[in-house]
Design a protein around this ligand. Structure first.
Ligand code: AMP
Length: 426
């Protein structure tokens, strides 16, 4: 039996591969405009980092990590998300000591979670994310929320909806936590198995439970807004004001709590509001985590960030029938008429590639007719034919597919010629 890919993974190639590269380029350019710095951290880290940086009670750490013991008997984990590694790096590389703050970082790469594979959920998936450290200004919360919003705008996605909520500062959050425990305790028998455990460990998570969310007791549960102290209220109001200044429409949704213990103040999710998209319609999620750096033994430093799932963005594009401009035509296809012209041709191909053109040639010993067919398959803008006469007399025969002409061009002028005709199209 042939070996197959592991469950919950996929191979990326062809048009899908081109789309991912296109999205990566777009994100890279966007991050440059926002003045964020690229960071890459290892795909695996010591397991303890995720226990502390994501939280023991989160679903991710309690049920979904890929753990292994390495040959040096160290407990390691394939990263299930990007924030913990970036926080570790921020501390280890003393980025908090830089004169220029805040420290604004972005990353892109694969994440690993042992989840039940289903549509929109993979065991290896790609996340783009940002983490901004060192400022507790609500202005930064608004900037971070504006990143996915602008990215989706650039892609032309229309059915996206921004949901925001606040969890308040640590004091407000703790008071709210107590109120939730008191409220749900008498109803514990109605709750699902997971929520029974959440009641003591992570009661906020009961609010976003997919199983229990239709229960009547959910509707009357205490609301965070009644437990916010003045400074938490002020932070939240300011975030909303800045979002309005940015013309970002949002919906306040008190059930957005996010899975992690360290979120404070703003939490948000962006969902695809497209009919038929299915349950996995959350494209991105994030928030402020003012106590996370300290939890990983760094100096108390505020932070705010988000992560976006690339596969879900691709699905959203499909649902909205948005095509990405990924159709890449080849600039030049070179045809050696016989074996004898191969040597000359490969050197020409190399020169043209180094001059900035995308160039390919025949490697299948096709005849000239077969090669013209291949040039068509590759959508070559210009075909260069190299025969004995051409080499002896120092010129190249050209079939220009842009304006359907045939030309003879002196060897020395070929780059000028290509510059002119190809630039015309671009
Ligand atoms: P999270 O880190 O769980 O907040 O997820 C952030 C984003 O990553 C989600 O909104 C999804 O778009 C994406 N995501 C999370 N888990 C998966 C998964 N198993 N497969 C594909 N995308 C995922």
């Amino acid at each position: 039996m042939i070996i197959q890919k592991p469950k919950g993974t996929y191979d990326l190639f062809g048009d899908e591969g081109k789309k991912v590269l296109y999205l990566e380029d777009l994100l890279k350019a966007l991050m440059q405009k926002y003045n964020y710095e690229y960071i890459k951290t290892p795909l695996f880290e010591v397991s303890e980092l995720f226990h502390r940086g994501v939280g023991e009670t989160s679903d991710i750490v309690s049920k979904e990590t890929y753990d292994f013991v390495d040959r040096g008997e160290r407990k390691m984990t394939l990263r299930p998300e990007g924030t913990a590694g970036v926080v570790r790096s921020f501390i280890e590389n003393k980025m908090y000591g830089r004169a220029s703050q805040p420290t604004k970082l972005w990353y892109f790469g694969p994440m690993y979670r042992y989840e039940r594979p289903q549509s929109g959920r993979y065991r290896e998936f790609y996340q783009f994310g940002v983490e901004a450290f060192g400022s507790s200004d609500p202005l930064l919360d608004a900037e971070v929320i504006s990143i996915p919003v602008n990215f989706f705008k650039l892609l032309g996605l229309r059915g996206v909806r921004v949901n925001i909520n606040t969890l308040g500062d640590i004091e407000s959050r703790q008071n709210y936590r107590k109120a939730l425990i008191n409220y749900f305790k008498p109803h514990i028998d109605c709750l699902c198995c997971d929520c029974k455990n959440r009641l003591e460990n992570n009661p906020l998570r009961i609010l976003d439970c997919k199983v229990d969310h239709d229960l009547d007791i959910m509707k009357n549960a205490p609301k965070i807004y009644d437990y916010l102290n003045e400074s938490s209220k002020k932070h939240y109001e300011e975030v909303k004001n800045y979002l309005s200044s940015l013309d970002i429409e949002y919906i306040e949704n008190p059930n957005i709590v996010r899975g992690l213990d360290y979120y404070t103040h703003t939490v948000f999710e962006v969902e695809a509001n497209v009919e038929g998209f299915g349950a996995q319609n959350v494209l991105c999620g994030g928030g402020r985590y003012n106590s996370l750096v300290e939890a990983v033994d760094g100096p108390s430093t505020p932070g705010v960030g988000f992560a976006l799932g690339l596969e879900r963005v691709l699905t959203a594009l499909e649902f909205e029938k948005k095509e990405l401009p990924i159709e890449d035509k080849l600039d030049v296809y070179v045809i050696p008429v016989t074996e004898k012209e191969k040597e000359y041709s490969i050197s020409l191909v190399n020169t043209l590639r180094m001059s900035g053109f995308s160039v390919d040639m025949d490697y299948m010993s096709r005849n000239v007719k077969g090669n013209f067919k291949q040039a068509d398959r590759l959508c070559a803008k210009v075909v260069i034919i190299v025969g004995e006469d051409e080499i002896n007399q120092g010129y190249l025969s050209i079939k220009n597919n842009i304006n359907n002409t045939e030309d003879k061009i002196d060897n020395d002028y070929i780059i000028n010629y290509l510059d002119e005709v190809i630039e015309e199209v671009e």
